[in-house]
Design a protein around this ligand. Sequence first.
Ligand SMILES: N#[N+]C[C@@H]1[C@@H](O)[C@H](O)[C@@H](O)[C@@H]2O[C@H]12
Length: 465
Amino acid sequence: MDITPKAPIQTQVDTDLARRFPPRFLWGAATASYQIEGAVHEDGRGSSIWDDFSATPGKVFEGHTGEVAADHYHRVEEDTDLMVRLGLSAYRFSIAWPRIVPEGRGAINPAGLDFYDRLVDTLLEKGIQPFATLYHWDLPSPLERAGGWLNRETAYAFADYTEIVARRLGDRVASWITLNEPWCSAYLGYGIGVHAPGRTDRQGAIDAAHHLLLGHGLAVPRLRAQVPAGTPVGITLIVNPVYGADERAETARDVKLAHAFSNAWFLDPIYRGSYPEGFFEAMALNPPPIQEGDLEIISAPLDFLGVNNYSRTLIRGAQEQPLADSCQAVAPIPNACYTDMGWEIYPHGLRDLLVNVARDYPVGNIYVTENGAAFPDTWDGGETINDPRRVSYLRSYLTACAEALEQGVPLRGYFVWSLMDNFEWAEGYAKRFGIVYVDYSTQRRIIKESGYWYAELLNAFNNNN
Ligand SMILES: N#[N+]C[C@@H]1[C@@H](O)[C@H](O)[C@@H](O)[C@@H]2O[C@H]12
C-alpha cells in the first residue's frame, strides 16, 4: 500500500513538534484483546465477562459484541504491516486471559499462548517493540461466577495467570503492564454497572479495586521472576486532571475529593502504600477488606507508570450528589470543544497531570499508554478518511507532551489510542478512535488522514535522530 499522503498534512509546526522529543522516545499505538481480536469461540478460548455483558440485552449499543470485532485474530500479518507503514517503534496490546487459562484457573490452553507467541515474534521481526498488558478487562467468566474481583482469590488467580504468560513470552516482550485502568474495572464494572460485569454496588467498587490492586502487587514479583533482569514492569492508570471552575472554598474542597476519587484512589496505594486519607469517609463507604501485608504487596516497586488521558474534570463546588456520582457530571463549558464521547478537549490537562504526577509520586519513568479521540468518521469508498479534528487533537496533546518533557518529566513514549477503530465497550462500534478506519462489513483497513499525519510526524522524528 502506498503510504504517501495525497495532500500535504504536515506543517512547519509539526516538523518543529517532532524535534521537541528526545532520541529513543518510543512512538506507538495501543489496542486491547476484546476490542480488536474477535474469534471469541476459536482455538480453545474461554468466555469472558465482556462476552457475557455484551450478550445481555440493553448493555451495549445496539447489542454489539466483540464476537468478530476487527478480526485481528486472523489478520496479524496485515495489521503488523500496517504498523510498519505507520512507522511505529512500539505496539501496546493486551493478552486475553480466557485464551490462556479458559477457566481462569487451572488448565492452560496452548493455542492461546501460541497466538501471542506468533504476534510477539511477528512484531520483533518487523522491528516493533511489544508492550504487553496482562489484563484489559476480559476476566474469565468462571471467576466472575465465583465473585470476580469481589473475591480476593481472583487476585491470586491473576498472579498465577501472569506467571504462565511471562514464562512463555518473557524473553521477548519489551515491557509489561499488569492492569489497564483498574479504576474502570472497579467503578464502571462493579460500582455503577455500565461496564462488565454490570454490578451496581459502590462499596463493591471499593472492594473490587482493592483486589485488583492486590492482584497487581502479587503479579509483579511473579513477572520479574520469569523475565530477564531489567525488563520494565508497570501499571496503566486512567489519570484525569481535576480543575475548579471557581474560587469558592467548597469548590477547592471538592477538587481535592475529586482528585482522590479519580486518581489518588489508585496512585496512593501503589506509590505511597496507603489509601488517600479520608477518602472512604468522603465517599460515605467503608474501607475495603484490607489484610495484613496487602499494602506492602500493592506498593511493589515499579519501573514506569502508564498514563491514559483523554480529557479533564472540571468541578463546580457544592456537589449535591455523593462525590463519586457527581465527579463525572460537570455542566458544559462555554467555548469548549468536545469529542464524539462528549469529552472536553483540554490538552493542557495532560501537560499538567504529567508534571504533577512526576512531582508528587516516585513513578520513575512515564509512558502515555493511551491518548486519542473519537470522532464520527465516515468513509466514502475513497483512499482515505479526512479527520482533521483528530489531527488537531493529536497535535495539541503531543504539544502538551513536549511541554511536559521540557519541564523535566521523564516521559519515555506515547501510544495513540487507537491503532484502528474497534469495539468501544458499551458504545460498541458506534465510536471510532482509530487512526486507521475499519470497514466492519469487509474488515478492510483504510488509513485516515490522522494516520498519515502520525506517520509523517514519526518520520520527521526519525530523520532528526
Ligand atoms: N473510552 N474510551 C477509549 C479507551 C478505551 O477504548 C480503552 O479500552 C480504555 O483503556 C480507556 O478508556 C479508554
